[in-house]
Design a protein around this ligand. Sequence first.
Ligand code: SF4
Length: 207
Amino acid sequence: MESLRIAASKGLRDLLAEALSVGFFKVGQIVFRPTSDGFRLCHVDDEANADLQLFTNAEEAAGIALFDDANQYRPLKTAPNLKHGWELCVPDLKDLHLALDLLYPAALGNWRALLLKQTVSSPLRDTVNRQTGMYRITGLITDEEAQGLIEKLCQPGCLRQIQWPIPSESPHHIPSLKDLEIPLLCTEACCLLIAEARTTVKSRKPQ
Ligand code: SF4
């Protein structure tokens, strides 16, 4: 959408304002809608619920993102296990931006880069070859092992769409976008995947 690209070229806040004006109200498991007093965010499953725990400070989004319904810590903010039962009401676009950033870090920035056709993703081979210290051995992971990890950890354990290829020389993936939804994109293997890569390499049986 051309208006989104123009807004994206100005900055993240402009992009968010334009997204709202054309009807974007969803990202991951969150809906955010304008109200008479600002914006209301909640879990998509709770949109029609009135009996929700009310938060009014955008920074409280960080706490909402920490634990799932069973009160278990969420190491991955884009895992499809966002807690239910809350609503966050914020007064303005600045606080909406902050809340979205705390719930889904870098979602807006990655979307902006996609709209502007900027390549910000890093092939897995480059990412593992950059590791130092105890993670240096992840550079030894094979493409097949890496593919297995993606299938185990990322699909369906994460809502982000992977943009990076495994080999450095392969083309980057073009994500599929849903109508009126801010996409969640993965531009680089996260620390959880790198940790799994280390475990995989270390657990190889001696030849
Ligand atoms: S590597 Fe990307 S897609 Fe996979 S779990 Fe981490 S953030 Fe999600």
